[in-house]
Design a protein. Structure first.
Lengths: 115, 113
């Protein structure tokens, strides 16, 4: 079955420290890959996306992600976290190459930033 | 500016009442989606529509209904048959299949009293 796994429910880092959020997917082919961020009570904002080509993609707010086909992973990274990065982060895949329109989301990782 | 507008932002409902959540987009997107979000469960797909006058059930469609009479509008009705309707509801859209990411509205929080 198609799925997205974010193994870390909560992560706490100190401001200025580096960050890596993990994402693994299960799929029949290489899907499109996304990372979104959500502040409390708000909608989701796209951080970055991977469709094809260079496996290291740059996004907004200083985030980047690396696609590793052999590991079915798409981990999100940031070299130096800011207090404003505290939010919930969702990894997603889609649209499936089978032709349906369904996007699949992980359960999210909540990031806490210590001053 | 183009975007997705959801209304109302907050809604309270008594048990046994139907309620309709509005979703309007001016992005000229063909596909629209409704997701339900509960703590620790990520986003679960309720319904989606690829084109006007057509829609498909998602993973948790029971107790919900939708319509897609206009390209820009995709309202969601939470019926009294939905056993646990208290949740955060998100509407999203995309240009079409295989064309890119989902764009999201700001969400609607429904509380059943």
């Amino acid at each position: 079955a198609q799925s997205v796994t974010q193994p870390d429910i909560h992560i706490t880092v100190s401001e200025g420290a580096s960050l890596e959020l993990r994402c693994n997917y299960s799929y029949g082919a290489t899907p499109y890959l996304f990372w979104y961020v959500q502040s409390p009570g708000q909608g989701l904002q796209l951080l970055l996306k991977y469709f094809s080509g260079d496996t290291l993609v740059q996004g907004i707010k200083g985030f980047e992600a690396e696609f590793k086909r052999s590991q079915s992973s798409f981990n999100l990274r940031k070299p130096s976290v800011h207090w404003s990065d505290a939010a919930e982060y969702f990894c997603a895949v889609g649209p499936p190459t089978s032709g349906t329109y369904k996007y699949i989301f992980g359960t999210g990782t909540r990031l806490k930033v210590l001053a | 500016d183009g975007g997705i507008t959801q209304s109302p932002k907050y809604l309270f409902r008594k048990e046994g009442q139907n309620v309709t959540l509005s979703c309007e987009q001016n992005l000229n997107h063909d596909a629209m989606y409704w997701y339900r979000q509960d703590p620790g469960q990520g986003l679960r797909l309720i319904y989606y529509s690829q084109i006007v006058n057509d829609f498909q059930k998602g993973d948790i469609a029971e107790g919900y209904s939708v319509s897609r009479e206009k390209k820009e509008s995709f309202p969601l009705t939470v019926t009294s048959a939905q056993k646990n309707p208290t949740a955060f509801y998100l509407c999203a859209s995309t240009l079409g299949w295989n064309t890119g990411e989902l764009f999201f509205g700001e969400g609607s929080r429904l509380t059943v009293l």
